[in-house]
Design a protein around this ligand. Structure first.
Ligand code: IPE
Ligand code: IPE
Ligand code: MG
Length: 252
């Protein structure tokens, strides 16, 4: 009997739709400033314009969640002066941008351990979150004093408390229950992680959420990252085939 070789099923190699959830490690401000003979903090200030451009791009292109890494739990180790400039900048940007974000339907959340911030900053964050909480155009998450290990540890701690109090059975803790205890519960899975500035590492960002994200690294320094650079990252993403463990032929 003749064994018929099956024709391989034609598969599309590209992802037709935009990612739902994009995260960005906004790196390279210091080097950008240094190249221009300026102080590192000049680079942080310049980076604010790239934040605006990214938010604009995300809104225009139907991305439903954008998560930006602004300050890591390790960044406290930087020189004191730089840390204070970053904190002041955070306050300034909150004051100057929140109204505009609200007008544009952006829902703002700050994700991270807020207990380390001074009271006036926490107040500004809470006010911005309350003001924008019902907006639906874009979920904008700013990760500040955030660490991926912190997020996982906090989830484990909250689960332990709920189990101890009888609100949750240990045997019911599965991946989706665990996920609901992290800072990113309610958000779509992370589709794309972009890192600017040339380094190819996660630096303790979204460890749990990166499980099946596509990674995109670019040498562009954060203050030079504009809408075109974002579009290039999205176009690279669309050329990837996400298989989630399957083989090509199973993906239609
Ligand atoms: C990223 O830029 C911004 C923050 C971490 C706050 P860097 O400040 O890390 O810039 P480089 O990597 O030193 O150039
Ligand atoms: C990661 O950048 C944190 C942010 C972009 C906020 P870093 O510049 O702090 O990362 P490492 O320490 O070089 O890995
Ligand atoms: Mg850096």
């Amino acid at each position: 009997m003749e064994i018929l070789e099956k024709e391989p099923v034609a598969v599309s190699n590209s992802i037709p739709t935009n990612p739902q959830h994009v995260a960005i490690i906004m790196d390279g401000n210091g080097r950008w400033a240094k190249q221009k003979g300026k102080l590192r903090t000049f680079g942080h200030k310049a980076g604010v314009e790239s934040v605006r451009a990214s938010v604009r791009y995300a809104r225009k292109n139907g991305i439903s969640a954008l998560t930006l890494f602004a300050f890591s739990s390790e960044n406290w180790k930087r020189p004191k002066d730089e840390v204070s400039v970053l904190m002041e900048l955070f306050k300034l940007v909150l004051s100057s941008e929140v109204k505009k974000l609200h007008k544009n339907g952006v829902r703002l959340k700050v994700i991270g351990d807020l207990s380390a911030f001074d009271a006036s900053l926490v107040k500004k964050i809470q006010a911005a979150e309350i003001l924008t909480q019902n907006n639906t155009e874009l979920n904008l998450n700013i990760a500040a004093n955030y660490g991926g290990r912190w997020d996982i540890t906090e989830a484990a701690k909250k689960i332990a408390v709920d189990v101890a109090k009888g609100r949750l059975l240990a045997e019911d803790v599965d991946e989706s229950v665990f996920d609901s205890y992290t800072s990113f519960a309610q958000l779509p899975d992370l589709d794309l992680l972009i890192r600017t500035g040339g380094e190819e590492r996660i630096s303790n960002f979204l460890l749990w959420q990166c499980a099946y994200a596509e990674f995109y690294f670019t040498d562009i320094l954060w203050p030079d990252f504009n809408e075109q650079a974002f579009a290039d990252a999205i176009s690279a993403y669309k050329d990837r085939q996400r298989r989630f463990g399957k083989i090509s032929e199973q993906i239609t």
